[in-house]
Design a protein around this ligand. Structure first.
Ligand code: ATP
Length: 480
């Protein structure tokens, strides 16, 4: 079972401290969200799992953490200043403002390839407003998605020399550090560089909870290979590895789906992109409308390293990038060749991964009394809390003391909490709803036999375990 829709997760997330609408005391800020005590743990666990998988468990990937604000020239040569924009249209009927390329009818149907003219399609009434269904839409206009800021205390609002951008992707911070990392870590191609961090895009229509926001977090990796590598095959290999990673985090493969991005929709740097889609909208009747992008795997060629390099010249011998002071090429010792490495980029979103995990983990179960309860079947490796220690009688100081001591003894090895704010049934229900894999109950007998009851979230089965064996037992069961 998965969540019937995103709204179910929005209310669970708010009720139980995963995600809150941001700036609520001032009426909120459209599509901005704050991660609460459980949400921040879930995000951290996803990021740690990703980092462990790529940077620790493989031999060919290094990590980096670059600045969010980079020299503005980076965005000139990466192509973002010129082309990182979305088409915008207004509906003349309901006045809704929308991103045109997400609307029904914007692209010609597959296979009927004709010269693509968006305004001709808009004027012919082939494109529909997402709000009211009208086809009375304006022509499209382009809107750059990079969020601007100004640097320096004295900078005036419109001073072009002070203009800077909040990065719209983490990737450029990797490309401009390629040579630093390759030389200091003495890396030979193929190798990759991973980065996780915030990115910002002034989205025209943010929405659907944490699926599309203006501030979000990415986990990106640039994998550098030889120019003559089998790039398309490498894209497929990374797609398969990420599919396996998502499944290992607890996502049902049936809720994942691959989408080969058509040529006309490719980003300016991409020769091929495959998106891994997740079924974020299971409530929609038509299957093809149930999916939205979870991540993309792109073949970026040598576009970025070449663009940021000082040497490449045009036909007349003029430097293409007169601002760069470095040549980001690579010298292959084996065959004494210098070249710009090509890049395969798997780019995933932390927030979209978290939403997919919450939706996939959602289930309901009815107990003997006919009460329906929510159980969040998160994989133990991402669950915010691994074990809750619960005293059966909170007015018995010996039981409370023992429970608190057990919680403290578990702390160094796993995330544990102590809770005595309700009856045991209520405490179990609360932990089930936030996805805690194990509840540990300390009762009267524990004082005599030095053992506790460990209850499994998914089966509700209980097992008696000696306190001395508890940490090791739980650690074993929590292993991915
Ligand atoms: P979309 O087509 O949905 O706008 P995109 O193709 O522009 O996404 P990429 O540039 O490939 O996205 O970014 C890589 C990943 O970063 C996405 O797959 C997604 O997980 C995440 N991401 C991108 N934009 C946002 C956003 N506005 N909010 C949340 N996550 C995002």
């Amino acid at each position: 079972m998965t969540a019937p829709n995103i709204d179910t997760i929005v209310s669970l997330a708010k009720r139980r401290g995963f995600v809150f609408p941001s700036s609520e005391v001032y009426g909120g800020l459209g599509s901005a969200w704050d991660y609460g005590p459980l949400g921040v743990e879930l995000c951290n666990n996803v990021k740690q799992s990703w980092w462990r998988w790529l940077v620790y468990e493989r031999d060919d990937i290094e990590g980096v953490d670059s600045s969010i604000i980079l020299n503005r020239t980076v965005w000139k040569y990466s192509g973002h200043e010129g082309t990182f924009h979305d088409p915008l249209v207004d509906c003349r009927e309901c006045k809704n403002r929308m991103r045109a390329d997400k609307l029904e009818g914007y692209f010609p149907p597959e296979g009927k390839e004709v010269a693509f003219d968006a305004n001709a399609r808009l004027r012919a009434g082939l494109v529909k407003c997402s709000e009211c269904g009208s086809t009375n839409l304006t022509d499209e206009r382009f809107f750059n998605q990079m969020l601007r800021t100004t640097l320096g205390a004295a900078s005036a609002e419109d001073d072009p020399t002070a203009l800077a951008y909040l990065r719209p992707e983490t990737a450029q911070g990797i490309f401009i550090n390629f040579l630093n990392i390759q030389t200091t870590m003495r890396r030979k191609i193929p190798f990759g560089i991973a980065q996780v961090g915030k990115s910002f895009r002034n989205e025209i229509t943010p929405g659907n909870f944490i699926l599309r926001t203006r501030e979000f977090e990415q986990m990106e990796m640039e994998y550098f290979v030889r120019p003559d590598a089998e790039h398309f095959k490498l894209v497929d290999e990374w797609v398969e590895q990420y599919m396996e990673w998502f499944v290992s985090l607890g996502i049902d493969r049936n809720n994942l789906h691959l989408h080969e991005v058509p040529e006309k929709e490719l980003a300016h740097y991409s020769k091929r992109t495959v998106d891994i889609m997740y079924r974020y909208f299971p409530e929609r009747d038509e299957e093809e409308r149930q999916w939205e992008e979870l991540m993309g795997i792109a073949y970026r060629t040598d576009f970025d390293l070449r663009s940021h390099s000082s040497k490449p010249a045009d036909e007349e011998g003029k430097r293409i990038n007169p601002d760069s002071t470095e040549d980001l090429s690579y010298f292959d010792e084996a065959d004494k060749q210098r070249f710009y490495p090509h890049v395969i980029e798997p780019a995933a979103g932390v927030n979209r991964t978290v939403l997919a995990l919450l939706m996939d983990a959602y289930s309901e179960r009815t107990n003997d009394k006919g009460e329906t309860r929510v159980i969040l079947k998160l994989s133990p490796q991402v669950a915010p809390i691994k074990a809750a220690v619960l005293p059966l009688a909170k007015n018995k100081p010996e039981i409370v003391g023992m429970a608190k001591a057990i919680k403290r003894s578990l702390q160094p090895v796993l995330r544990a909490v102590y809770d005595d704010t309700g009856g045991i049934g209520k405490l179990y229900a609360r932990q089930d709803e936030i996805g805690t894999p194990f509840c540990i109950t300390v009762d009267h007998q524990s004082l005599e036999d030095e053992a506790v009851t460990v209850r499994d979230r998914d089966t509700w089965e209980q097992e008696r375990i000696k306190v001395v064996d508890l940490a090791e037992n739980l650690q074993k069961r929590l292993k991915p």
